[in-house]
Design a protein around this ligand. Structure first.
Ligand code: NAI
Length: 331
């Protein structure tokens, strides 16, 4: 396997590993707080440049996510250009991880499953194996409740509030379930997979989203793909709150200012979706303690309140406030 390194002023290491059947980029943004942590994303990216843009942005977000969540881990990410995770690819991912000798730890992400990571684990110890998706959903709920409370429009209850959960995968489905157990919101769901929509709609207060419903949505929870806030909608989105699990929800961070000016409370994705990495960190710390991971995840709401208070005091978007708080530990 060949390795090509690229220098970047803001990243500790960027390496591309490739041979005839394998193409993978690892970006280590920072190990200032500890080993870099970040999932292994496997996608049929059209070009190496597309994969590079993704890995750089995701690795940096991991640094901020770990710092703000008070974890002693840094930020990194691995992307593999492929259609499917074959056994050969998974074993090569393991070989790549061994080259970092523990300074980079990965886990599942889009395109990889806990079973895939178990195969990677056959050749390397540098993986997190516990599926943190339900914990991610728990953290998103914690952030959503805190944002709703802060927003003051609905008091401390989500009763009757219209919420759209976009994507009913490993995070969106448990989030929908938790929401349906909490107060009595009207939950609208969407997914490309109709069977998941039917499954979710069997829960009380859950409905399949129609185009017309979008106008009435107060809380939008992107739990599918990133870049859902883009030039085509950033000026017209009027949800009270955007709070979901998807990484890189804003096509560009400058959109946080547009949303802020339009009174849309955008909860930084890497703040809301930290539950998964908290599970990974707790797993890496020693025998996994689920209660500890839950307690740390439930702090996400309080952390968001601190961010919102700072944002209010300084008249800046919550994303900017969250970055400043995260940067304190990175100095
Ligand atoms: P997943 O792959 O299990 O689920 C995504 C779901 O979104 C799938 O059911 C898919 O059919 C659906 N989908 C795709 N495009 C859609 C569209 N245009 N409209 C509606 N639905 C669509 O992924 P998972 O694990 O649930 O993650 C969701 C998002 O959260 C991803 O962006 C992921 O990067 C992010 N995330 C996940 C974490 C985790 O613990 N699983 C942790 C942190 C972030």
């Amino acid at each position: 396997m060949q390795v090509t390194y690229e220098a970047h002023p803001n990243y500790e290491q960027i390496a591309t590993f490739h041979d005839d059947d394998f193409h993978c980029i690892v970006a280590i943004h920072s190990t200032r707080l500890g080993p870099a942590f970040g999932g292994c994303r496997l996608k049929p990216y059209l070009t190496h440049a597309d994969a590079m843009v993704d890995v750089l942005r995701l690795a940096k977000a991991m640094t901020y996510k770990c710092s703000l969540a008070d974890l002693n881990f840094g930020g990194g990410k691995m992307v593999v250009i492929a259609d499917h995770p074959t056994r050969d690819i998974l074993l090569k991912i393991g070989e790549v991880l061994n080259q970092f000798a523990g300074s980079f730890i990965t886990g599942e992400d889009i395109g990889t499953t806990p079973d895939d990571i178990a195969v990677v684990n056959e050749v390397t110890p540098y993986v997190a194996r516990i599926d943190g998706s339900a914990m991610t959903a728990r953290g998103v709920l914690s952030a959503m409740l805190a944002a709703a409370l802060y927003h003051k429009e609905w008091g401390d209850s989500l009763d009757g509030v219209a919420i759209w959960v976009q994507g009913l995968g490993k995070v969106g489905m448990p989030l929908t379930y938790m929401l349906s157990q909490h107060d009595h919101p009207n939950i609208y769901v969407s997914d490309l997979r109709a069977n998941l929509v039917s499954q979710a709609c069997s829960l009380p207060g859950v409905y399949s989203l129609t185009e017309n419903d979008k106008k009435f949505i107060s809380i939008y929870a992107p739990c599918a793909m990133g870049q859902v806030v883009h030039p085509g909608n950033v000026h017209t989105l009027r949800h009270s709150i955007i709070c979901g699990a998807a990484n890189n929800q804003l096509l560009d961070d400058s959109y946080a200012e547009v949303l802020y000016k339009n009174d849309v409370l955008y909860v930084p994705d890497w703040l809301a979706n930290a539950g998964g990495v908290i599970v990974g960190a707790c797993e890496a710390d020693g025998p996994y303690d689920k209660t500890r991971a839950e307690t740390m995840t439930d702090d996400i709401g309080q952390r968001l309140i601190r961010v919102l208070e700072m944002a209010d005091k300084e008249g800046i978007p919550p994303l900017h406030a969250a970055k400043r708080l995260a940067e304190v530990r990175l100095l």
